[in-house]
Design a protein around this ligand. Structure first.
Ligand code: SAH
Ligand code: MG
Length: 218
């Protein structure tokens, strides 16, 4: 988007809540790829509208987005999955520090190897996909069957810093990932059971809802 428009919009954004700011600083310092501010604010507003009771998050990192989601919808519970040992410890520490252990359940392990455990804890009103970018299609296929009727899937980083559109400026390894996300976006866009909007906010966010019986889908 036009840089001036971006600046204008971020000027309208409220500053972060102080305790969340601390986690943002920790993430910046240690290069943990947490959601961008505009992206997280957008996600929170979607959740305030939807009022999910139970959320699944794939990719906890250090717990920032899970805590933000609870901040938006305090009556919800979150199941969140992370495979990195150090990040699991840090997320647990934050959940305890901010007294959210009753609201957020952390599953330690690779999400694709914990499908049964994740299923048992479902169904979910919202699923937030924010883990390995090369696996998005698999995450969607594995976990979207766990959605309630009015459930939504939110996918982060669908623009991957713009490299999905033009990958010539990024290293080879990232070019491959950009290609995979691009494939995912097109696959999702053509998915016969879901309607998706791709929003250029933060690092790009897709919101998918189930196609309802009776809607005319040409
Ligand atoms: N949602 C977080 C950021 C997540 S970063 C926030 O915005 O605060 C992505 C995380 O997903 C990383 O910590 C990585 O270790 C984790 N991850 C990647 N692939 C995974 C998988 N298959 N199973 C579980 N966690 C995974
Ligand atoms: Mg992300």
């Amino acid at each position: 988007m036009n840089e001036k428009i971006n600046q204008y919009l971020s000027g309208l954004q409220k500053p972060s809540i102080e305790w969340l700011l601390k986690i943002e600083e920790e993430a910046n310092r240690d290069k943990v790829p947490i959601m961008e501010r505009s992206g997280i604010d957008f996600l929170k507003q979607i959740l305030r509208i939807q009022q999910p009771k139970h959320i699944l998050e794939i990719g906890t990192a250090i717990g920032y987005s899970a805590l933000q989601m609870i901040d938006a919808v305090p009556n919800t519970t979150v199941v969140t999955v992370e495979r990195d040992h150090d990040r699991i410890q840090r997320a647990k520490f934050h959940f305890e520090q901010y007294d959210r252990l009753k609201k957020i359940e952390l599953i330690a392990g690779d999400a694709l190897e914990c499908v049964e455990e994740i299923s048992e804890k479902g169904p979910y009103d919202a699923i937030f996909i924010d883990a390995a970018k090369g696996q998005y299609k698999r995450f969607f296929d594995c976990f979207s069957p766990l959605l309630t009727d009015h459930g939504i899937v939110i996918t982060d980083n669908i623009l991957f810093h713009g490299s999905v559109v033009d990958s010539s400026q990024v290293p080879k390894r990232l070019q491959k990932l950009a290609g995979k996300i691009n494939q995912y976006n097109h696959w999702l866009s053509n998915h016969s059971d879901f309607q998706t909007i791709f929003v250029p906010i933060g690092d790009g966010i897709a919101i998918s809802t189930k196609v309802k019986e009776g809607s005319i889908n040409e």
